[in-house]
Design a protein around this ligand. Structure first.
Ligand code: BGC
Length: 266
């Protein structure tokens, strides 16, 4: 099997479930060593690490709240202590705290912005510092790669989810501005914007047939996404196959951003 990430070291934040878990598997299958970050629950992350190690990969679980600078530092230190450095960082941790706008509490606004946006800022900052500290390695044409997990909601407004959409819109411009800043050092920063992917975060949208039918009206390609769809995109964006891709958001959404409501003449 072709291993486009052989010899490279990756960190995936928020990797104990959902898209992060799928990305961790995909990176490991592509030959990368994978550090699996979790926040609250160690057990699923440790199970995932064991599963990767069991299939001949290299993985370990590392706890940290990505919104806490000291914990992010400690997480990067743990990876560098273990494997010497990092080549690929997937800033993936994210959550939703949905509410009607007039009922959205400041605490829930902050929680979502802190994890989704500030968490990616801290993660990307430590990644860039580590790439610069260590200098070029012969495992990739780039000095390092950062992938920011965004959402179709970096462009699609989302009533009842104002905090979440604001965080993803913020990720888009953070990613692009950072990409512009560090491209001269040969650091590639890109984003992935998943559409509706079958994970626990959106279970309400797919676990009953009537809900799934309603969801599918928003997806021209006619199926819900799976974490493997995002995993394959992450492997490509992390590999030298995408070496000239810099500061781009890759939409992996079955066409959700194609305004399907206009398919029948508006
Ligand atoms: C959200 C999901 C939602 C999807 C499409 C994602 O970013 O986390 O809950 O199903 O966007 O709307």
């Amino acid at each position: 099997m072709h291993k486009p990430l052989a010899g490279q070291i990756a960190l995936v934040t928020g990797a104990s479930s959902g898209i992060g878990e799928g990305v961790a598997h995909a990176l490991a299958d592509a030959g990368a060593h994978v550090a699996i970050n979790y926040h609250a629950h160690a057990e699923p992350a440790e199970k995932l690490a064991a599963a990767i190690n069991g299939k001949g990969g290299e993985a370990f679980a590392v706890g940290a709240d990505v919104a806490d600078e000291t914990q992010v530092d400690a997480m990067f230190d743990a990876v560098v202590r273990r494997w010497g450095t990092l080549d690929i960082v997937i800033a993936n941790s994210g959550l939703q705290q949905d509410a009607k706008f007039t009922e959205l509490t400041l605490a829930d606004w902050r929680k979502v912005i802190d994890t989704n946006l500030t968490g990616q800022f801290l993660t990307a900052q430590r990644a860039v510092r580590e790439f610069e500290r260590r200098g070029m390695r012969d495992v990739s044409k780039a000095l390092g790669k950062v992938i920011c997990m965004s959402s179709v909601h970096e462009v699609i407004p989302w009533a009842g989810h104002v905090n979440y959409a604001a965080s993803k819109g913020g990720i888009q411009m953070m990613m692009k501005s950072l990409a512009q800043e560090v491209a001269p050092q040969r650091i590639r920063v890109n984003g992935i914007a998943p559409g509706a992917i079958r994970t626990p975060i959106n279970r309400d949208a797919w676990d009953r047939p009537d809900q799934l039918d309603k969801l599918l009206t928003l997806i021209p390609y006619g199926r819900i996404g799976e974490v493997e769809d995002i995993g394959r995109a992450a492997v490509w964006l992390a590999s030298d196959d995408s070496d000239y891709v810099v500061g781009t958001t890759l939409f992996v959404d079955g066409g959700m951003t194609l305004y399907p409501g206009f398919a029948d003449n508006g």
